[in-house]
Design a protein around this ligand. Structure first.
Ligand code: HEM
Length: 452
């Protein structure tokens, strides 16, 4: 294939842009998109890599030709010690089978049932709050979302394991994130401290999810949750290997809580920094709910709350960079030939900050989404959950969870930021707020309380 690369940074001989990726991947991808545009070429060591940001291309990669661009091998290898070959990372037939098996747990009827749990857990989360109290909002949100995913999908109460699980997740994603950024896998057998810590975090999380499976086996009951479906489909777990079961549970557990927790943290930060949005949110909550906790039936009326979540996911898409893809044959994008074996990066963070689709892109403005305005954007311009056959399985789960959690908490408390400096996102495997964002919470007078 005759080479003809789009513009991009030259990088260093042999290394290409590895050091820039290692230093700050979010900054690197954002700045090359700004400098070079929709089609950027760079090298990761000896390999050719592309950052593609034109919505039509994104649509083509994710929706029209996904089989020609599966998830990339080296990145799969890097996360394999943790994610195994679960639904998030697998390709082809294994992926199709795993995805099909989990689908019933995300049907609308089930999601409506989960809403009660989302509200109960948000209420439980703030039960221990006192007006004027100071908290770390990421810890608070993680507690809620870990409980939500465990109670709904595994019918398991996880209140005891939250700190352990959250710490182990932070460790493993941080350690793998370093390898992931530079596309360089460190095999588990290499006797270094990095691997010892990886092993420790993985063992901790394995023990947590396999305990759910063991508890299920002890009761053997169909509880109508994802774990029951999985176990019953495989002769009470006997027809599924230990590794398959473990990979499956780890995929759902890890994909299912951090992203939503951090999205909620960003939403609280945005609300605290945009008092006019906060006031409009309270107006909606007081008008629609009048002081009572929300239910699934209220969701259509909580339109502004939903717009806040959409705008938060625009500016801070926690899945900020889709799993890198790899071309399995020579392809052409934007007139540029892209050879088989190239790495393809697509970043919702980069695309969502493009002023052609989102005027004043840095401004937090939920009004952009009024009346479902995103439907009029080019396909591929707003992709917080990805698109196509690998679209996030939990997108409706997460959206309902985020809207109901925000509504339940904001109805009762004003969340004020105690942090003074800028709160910068860090783009590892997920887009993270700085750890331990401190807030002060102050009880609000709801419409019902005022009327009483
Ligand atoms: C706001 C919260 C969330 C965000 C922003 C988010 C984002 C994403 C994105 C962008 C992908 C696609 C990755 C790619 O194509 O490379 C994805 C995949 C996935 N997500 Fe989510 N997610 C969220 C919450 C959840 C929840 C709550 C669950 C489960 C309960 C979940 C389960 C999954 C699974 C299983 C996949 C893999 C799907 C596949 O490859 O077939 N996610 N998510």
């Amino acid at each position: 294939m005759k080479t003809h690369y789009p513009p991009g940074p030259k990088g260093l001989p042999l290394l290409g842009s590895v050091l820039d990726l290692r230093k700050d991947k979010l900054e690197f991808l954002t700045s090359i998109a700004k400098t070079y545009g929709d089609f950027v070429h760079f090298r990761v060591g000896p390999r050719h890599a592309y950052l593609l940001s034109r919505p039509e291309c994104v649509h083509e990669i994710l929706v029209e030709q996904p089989k020609k661009m599966p998830k990339e091998r080296i990145h799969q290898m890097i996360v394999a010690p943790f994610f195994g070959n679960g639904v998030v990372t697998s390709n082809g037939e294994v992926h199709d089978r795993q995805r099909k098996m989990a689908q019933p747990a995300f049907q609308p009827r089930r999601l409506d049932g989960y809403c009660r749990v989302f509200v109960e857990q948000a209420l439980q989360g703030i039960n221990g709050w006192r007006s004027g109290g100071e908290y770390e909002i990421d810890t608070e949100m993680l507690r809620v979302t870990i409980q939500n995913v465990c109670l709904t999908l595994f019918n398991a109460d996880a209140s005891d394991i939250v700190p352990r699980a959250a710490a182990a997740m932070t460790n493993i994603l941080g350690l793998l994130g370093t390898e992931y950024d530079i596309s360089f896998p460190i095999p588990m057998w290499v006797p270094i401290e990095h691997n010892r810590r990886k092993r420790e975090a993985i063992q901790e999380l394995d023990a947590i999810v396999m305990k759910f499976a063991e508890d299920w086996r002890n009761s053997g009951q169909d509880r109508g949750d994802l774990l029951s479906m999985l176990m019953l489909a495989h002769g009470h777990g006997r027809g599924v290997t230990h590794d398959e079961l473990r990979d499956y549970l780890i995929a759902m557990f890890s994909a299912g809580h951090e992203t939503t927790a951090y999205s909620l943290v960003w939403a609280w930060i945005m609300l605290a920094q945009n008092p006019e949005v906060e006031a409009a949110l309270w107006e909606e909550l007081d008008r629609v709910l009048g002081g009572r906790p929300p239910t699934a039936d209220d969701l259509p009326q909580l339109a502004y709350t939903h717009m806040i979540i959409k705008e938060t996911l625009r500016l801070y898409p926690t899945g900020w960079m889709l799993f890198p893809r790899e071309t399995t044959e020579d392809l052409v994008f934007g007139g540029y030939p892209i050879a088989k074996g190239s790495i393809i990066y697509v970043s919702p963070y980069v695309i969502h900050r493009d002023e052609r689709y989102f005027p004043e892109p840095e401004r937090f403005n939920p009004e952009r989404f009024r009346g479902g305005a995103e439907k009029h954007l080019p396909r591929g311009a707003y992709i917080p959950f990805g698109l196509g056959p690998r679209v996030c399985m939990g997108q409706h789960f997460a959206t309902m969870e985020a809207v109901l959690t925000l509504a339940t908490v904001a109805q009762r408390y004003r969340v004020m930021l105690l942090e003074k400096g800028p709160l910068l996102a860090s783009g590892k495997i997920a887009l993270r707020p700085p750890p331990g964002v401190k807030v002060k919470v102050v009880a609000r007078q709801t419409a019902a309380a005022v009327a009483a």
